[in-house]
Design a protein around this ligand. Structure first.
Ligand SMILES: [Mg+2]
Length: 219
């Protein structure tokens, strides 16, 4: 692929895409699975990885359907997460990339499986909220992917044909199918994994490689 993507909006996943929070989230996510379900570390890691990108609530319910410990496990994860999520740093090129995309005239959004109030506060604390047209987080029934994309299309009158979703997980790619372009961030998943999933478009090592791939479309 050598053609630039014509776009008027760019939508970013949060964890592992804008914020370097995946090592922390994976650590507590795996520990909770080991603690509540008595699974060995390798097994917990595999279960966590294969469902990453989804809200933890779904990760648990998919891996341990109908388990009576689910509510307690999810609650403990969320409380461990909120304690330390604000300490997790952005990637070194996040702000610089947001600045460039903003100057290009693109509308910038966040679509995340983390609760909305958490991400909003995360960016407020860093004085970065002004970069975003809207920050969309998770609440039951309103998820990263279809729900958020339909909302952006309707509320912001965004033609999804000219939108790009950027994410670091295979689930992110999956959720972009049928909606918009996708750019994958390599790290948690390698090129082979994204290709195997069916992604034929761009893959990048870091955020700053993204602006040169885009061609602003002014609508
Ligand atoms: Mg992510």
């Amino acid at each position: 692929m050598t053609e630039n993507i014509e776009c008027s909006a760019i939508i970013f996943d949060f964890d592992g895409t804008l914020a370097d929070s995946m090592p922390f989230l994976a650590k507590i996510g795996i520990e909770i699975m080991m603690k509540y379900y008595n699974v060995p570390e390798d097994d917990a890691r595999q279960r966590y990885q294969s469902t990453t990108g989804l809200p933890y609530e779904h990760q648990i319910k998919m891996n341990f359907p109908e388990n009576p410990k689910n509510e307690e496990a999810i609650e403990e994860f969320e409380s461990l997460k909120i304690e330390r999520i604000f300490e997790q740093e952005l990637f070194p090129d996040t702000v610089e990339t947001l600045e460039i995309l903003d100057k290009m005239g693109l509308d910038i959004y966040v679509s995340s499986s983390t609760f909305q109030s958490t991400i909003k506060e995360y960016f407020d604390r860093r004085n970065l909220t002004h970069y975003f047209s809207e920050i969309l987080g998770y609440r039951p029934g309103f998820e990263k992917g279809a729900d958020h994309f339909n909302y952006v299309a309707k509320k912001h009158n965004q033609n999804m044909h000219y939108a790009v979703f950027v994410g670091d997980s295979l689930k992110d790619y999956e959720r972009s199918i049928g909606f918009c372009h996708f750019i994958g961030i390599l790290g948690m998943f390698n090129e082979e994994a994204f290709r195997k999933e069916g992604h034929k478009g761009y893959l990048v090592d870091s955020l700053k490689q993204i602006p040169p791939l885009l061609k602003p479309k002014y609508t």
